[in-house]
Design a protein around this ligand. Structure first.
Ligand code: ADP
Ligand code: MG
Length: 489
């Protein structure tokens, strides 16, 4: 039955096999690297303490603000938590002027952000805003501040729930005078200059926001153990026992609430096993990494997340296309300038379309090849070859995703103590890639400490809006924390 093309596609696909024994080895190594990360700095798994020491159970109430600075847009939103796992969210999105991103001072940028918060309050919460201004004129302005969660998606060194210094800008931002400064203090001072009734209560990482949002919205009062993102990148945050985070003892400036005995850890698992002790590697993975702008880092992410899966497939297809012994896209004119030959030319959403099309004529695959790669007149056999490779790459990503999940289940002992272990996930890959969760769970069951019984206890739910409702929830938790640094102190 098999043509040389399909035989060769199948051979390449096998290189992406990630069998049970390797999953098991990956889990053991993840547990080892995570313990190392809890004990010391500069390890491959960063295991960053977030100073968030409680997760919500769905009964929380109140009105909170959240802002999100991380890319091209600045988002401002208010979240009303109804206390019954539901919430209402009002938001506005503002493009950040290019000149503020790269040529101005930090004061220019943060004043701009504070003005957007002011405009938002005037439009959506004007009564509260004016009442506050009135009280201030009467000399009692400190009550009734909005607590705000600040999602800031750049590398920061955090010292407490609402303090952290910028390590460096990324993603096109470049405002040198902000580096090394506390970004919460910068925002607070711009807010104070405008006399806004707002306290920057928490510095928020989006993965932690995902965990918090899921914990609030999940059914019942069970707290969520883990929040995980499988989108452009991949990362996870989970609830850890304080006494296991031994490196906290050496963090002299740290200040946080110890009453719950727990703290959320931001694993930064995209960097799991950068040394490639246990991660599977094909020639396509190695070449993708070598040609990337950060070779040798984010090695787990480079095998799992949306930014990279399309590029892995593209490289495998190029290998087939160049192979003179087989005919891929032989009825198609493909030039070296075409998208197939362009780095990052293939978006991961194509893989979802390919995986989903189980028809004999594969019309969706043909349409997608045309839309994504300008490849017209692909034959059924071409489509079949694309499908074989896609399936292998997607399945490996999903099985790899079981590794941190299984490791965290085992490491925290939750399968022994709890009947349900709740996990919140977010990101287009886990949301839209067909059977991603099914493949992930299959690998999870193959881990002997988890097994069929363990897998049954794991409840996975989508958690949207980590930087909105999640950030609001972190502001809420923070506002109850006596260690919170007060503005104007
Ligand atoms: P972000 O990570 O920026 O929050 P998303 O969660 O939407 O955003 O993830 C975007 C990534 O997901 C991109 O790398 C994109 O290629 C990929 N992607 C978008 N749509 C799909 C899809 N339908 N199936 C699989 N991957 C997708
Ligand atoms: Mg996202």
């Amino acid at each position: 039955m098999s043509s040389p093309l399909l035989a060769e596609a199948t051979r390449i696909a096998r290189e992406f096999d990630y069998p049970a024994a390797q999953v098991q080895r990956g889990v053991a190594e993840y547990i080892r690297q995570s313990n190392e990360g809890l004990a010391q700095e500069n390890t491959t798994l960063s295991q960053i303490p977030t100073f968030v020491t409680a997760v919500p159970n769905g009964t929380e109430k109140g009105l909170y603000l959240a802002v999100d600075l991380g890319g091209t847009n600045f988002r401002v939103c208010s979240v009303e938590l109804h206390g019954d796992t539901t919430f209402s969210l009002t938001q506005s999105k503002i493009m950040i002027p290019r000149e503020l991103m790269a040529s101005g001072t930090s004061k220019d940028l943060f004043t701009f952000l504070a003005r957007q918060i002011e405009a938002f309050l005037r439009i959506h919460h004007n009564e509260h805003f004016e009442a506050h201004q009135r009280r201030r004129r009467e000399g009692k302005g400190e009550e009734e501040l909005f607590d705000l969660g600040f999602t800031f998606s750049f590398p920061v060194r955090q010292y407490g729930i609402n303090s952290g210094t910028l390590i460096r800008w990324t993603k096109g931002f470049n405002i040198p005078d902000a580096v090394g400064h506390d970004v919460c203090a910068l925002l607070q001072s711009a807010i104070d200059d405008l006399d806004l009734p707002v306290r920057v209560a928490a510095l928020v990482n989006d993965t932690v926001g995902t965990l918090m949002a899921r914990s609030y919205t999940s059914p019942g009062e069970t707290g969520t153990l883990l929040g995980a993102i499988f989108g452009t990148g991949t990362n996870g945050a989970y609830v850890e026992k304080l006494d296991k985070i031994t490196k906290l003892k050496s963090m002299k400036d740290a200040h946080f609430d110890t009453s719950t005995g727990e703290m959320i850890i931001n694993a930064e698992w995209g960097s799991f096993d950068n040394q490639l002790g246990v991660l599977p590697s094909t020639i396509y993975d190695r070449e993708l990494d070598a040609d990337s702008n950060n070779p040798g880092i984010q090695m787990f992410e480079k095998r799992v997340s949306g930014m990279f899966l399309g590029e892995i497939l593209r490289r495998a297809l190029v290998a087939l296309h160049k192979d003179s012994k087989v005919d891929l896209f032989s009825n198609v004119s493909i030039t070296p300038e075409g998208l197939l030959y362009r780095q990052w030319g293939l978006d991961t959403s194509l893989l979802s379309v390919v995986e989903a099309d189980n028809t004999s004529q594969m019309t969706d695959i043909k349409t997608a090849l045309k839309d994504h790669l300008n490849i017209e007149n692909a034959s059924n056999e071409d489509c079949q070859a694309v499908k074989i490779l896609t399936h292998a790459i997607g399945k490996r990503a999903a099985r790899l995703s079981a590794v941190p999940l299984a490791a965290i289940l085992i490491h925290t002992g939750k399968l022994q103590t709890d009947d349900i272990v709740d996990v919140g996930v977010d990101g287009s890959v886990v949301e839209f890639y067909p059977n991603f969760e099914a493949h992930l769970r299959e690998a999870l069951r193959e881990v002997k400490e988890v097994g069929v019984e363990g897998d049954k206890k794991v409840r996975i739910g989508i958690s949207k809006d980590g930087s909105g409702v999640g950030a609001a929830l972190i502001a809420l938790v923070a506002s109850k924390d006596e260690n919170l640094k007060n503005p104007r102190e």
